[in-house]
Design a protein around this ligand. Structure first.
Ligand code: SF4
Length: 424
């Protein structure tokens, strides 16, 4: 029996690709589990089933966790279906995309299929909404998340088919950088930056080993891994002590101080490190606010990929093309970097720039498109912008350049090995 269903929405074209749990869904469900009967619905893996098939006689609340624009779109379709057939069910919608819409002031508050939008962290706010539903109180259309001030321990067994999915450990929340295309910085206005205590990370890893065995895959989740070098080195040393046979995946910035934790890192089995390098053009990196010192950033990035490649640490590097002010020269700079380092960069993702709600770029889109002479298009259903045309390229041409670099520079087997371990 479940009073609340927490839904991992389906994303068109990605079905069954991901092997990692949806952290947002599991975090909320774990926080609620002591107070109320909660069930996670993995619609992502079962898109042909209707959400109502999971209803039982107790079900009163359905909460969608929309991590991106695509899952928001599919969630809205499902929410409308539920409202038609079951008008009394209370429908909540939260997740990173909803937080972005809130930050940019474009939450669709007139949407009748959604009873309440829950931007920001949901651990506390959704519990309060559930209590209000139980007392038959009126629910406001928007309930802003409360800063949880800590990261809750996860209950992995709540996740359907958990044995076949990769468990995550949240290392930290938020980011101490302010890239203009990313909404992590904006999230700080709702919830503060959290660097999790090493002892809590250790406890969570021990729980995972109890559940999954000591040779499991583990995703260390958080944008700030590697930023606090002392925390990172201690965590990596502890992992070697508690779970030396596990296989780890995590994100790092290419300019992080990896020298300070490369020794413990080398001792571990690494499934994949994700580097979001974004560009190798100094002027584009500056416009992105990716680094205050783009020259140093590119130099550090080169050193990181060389070292990780020499040490046989599998990694995946992603780039963005078509940013504001991108032109033939800046694209050549990034292409040159990739082709020169292609022996080290065996798995890359090159993606066209889209402008997501909650980012600096979204909030200043009209001014930026004017300054850089770009023609932009608002994609209504997804609530984001694309650049249709800029000085030297159309959006479609950028798309083609991205695909051709990916085809040219990826080692297909290696790419599959490190890229398929995606996270959400
Ligand atoms: S892109 Fe990465 S480093 Fe930049 S703000 Fe976002 S999470 Fe932080």
């Amino acid at each position: 029996m479940a009073f609340i269903l927490v839904v991992n929405p389906y994303v068109p074209g990605q079905v069954k690709q991901d092997k990692v749990m949806n952290m947002g869904v599991l975090t909320v469900a774990s926080a609620l589990a002591d107070e109320v009967d909660v069930k996670i619905v993995d619609h992502y893996s079962n898109p042909t089933r209707s959400i109502s098939e999971w209803f039982d006689t107790d079900t009163q609340v359905v909460a969608f966790s929309c991590s991106g624009a695509e899952s928001y779109y599919t969630s809205l379709i499902e929410a409308r279906k539920i409202k038609l057939g079951y008008p009394d069910k209370v429908i909540l919608m939260g997740g990173q995309h909803i937080s972005g819409l809130f930050q940019s002031g474009i939450l669709p508050v007139n949407e009748v299929a959604v009873d309440c939008f829950t931007p920001g962290p949901g651990e506390i706010s959704i519990g309060k909404i559930v209590n209000a539903v139980k007392k038959r109180e009126k629910i406001p259309k928007v309930v802003l998340g409360e800063d949880p001030r800590k990261i809750y321990s996860l209950n992995y067994s709540l996740y359907p088919d958990w044995k076949n999915l990769i468990p995550c450990v949240e290392i930290g929340r938020g980011c101490n950088h302010s890239c203009n295309f990313c909404n992590s910085e904006n999230m700080r206005k709702i919830s503060r930056y959290i660097c999790r205590d090493v002892s809590e990370v250790d406890r969570e890893v021990k729980t995972i080993v109890d559940y999954y065995g000591d040779d499991t895959d583990i995703f260390l989740f958080g944008s700030i891994f590697g930023e606090n070098t002392r925390q990172t080195a201690t965590v990596l040393n502890d992992l070697y002590e508690f779970a030396p046979r596990a296989k780890y995946t995590f994100n790092l910035r290419t300019d992080c101080q990896w020298e300070k934790f490369i020794d413990p890192l080398e001792k571990l089995k690494i499934r994949s490190v994700f580097f979001g390098m974004e560009s190798a053009s100094k002027s584009i990196l500056k416009k992105m606010n990716k680094s205050r010192n783009p020259e140093h950033y590119i130099e550090r990035s080169k050193m990181a990929i060389k070292k990780f490649s020499e040490e046989n640490i599998p990694f995946f590097t992603s780039f963005i093309l078509g940013y504001w002010g991108e032109n033939q020269d800046t694209i050549n700079e990034t292409k040159c970097f990739i082709y020169k380092n292609r022996d080290c960069l065996r798995a890359i993702g090159v993606n066209r720039f889209y402008i997501y709600p909650g980012t600096y770029d979204f909030d200043n889109v009209q001014e930026l498109s004017h300054v850089y002479g770009c023609k932009i298009q608002y994609l209504d259903e997804l609530q984001l912008y694309s650049i249709l045309r800029q000085r030297d390229f159309t959006g479609e041409e950028i798309e083609k350049i991205c695909r051709s670099i990916e085809i040219d520079c990826n080692d297909p087997d290696y790419y599959e090995k490190v890229r398929s371990w995606r996270f959400r």
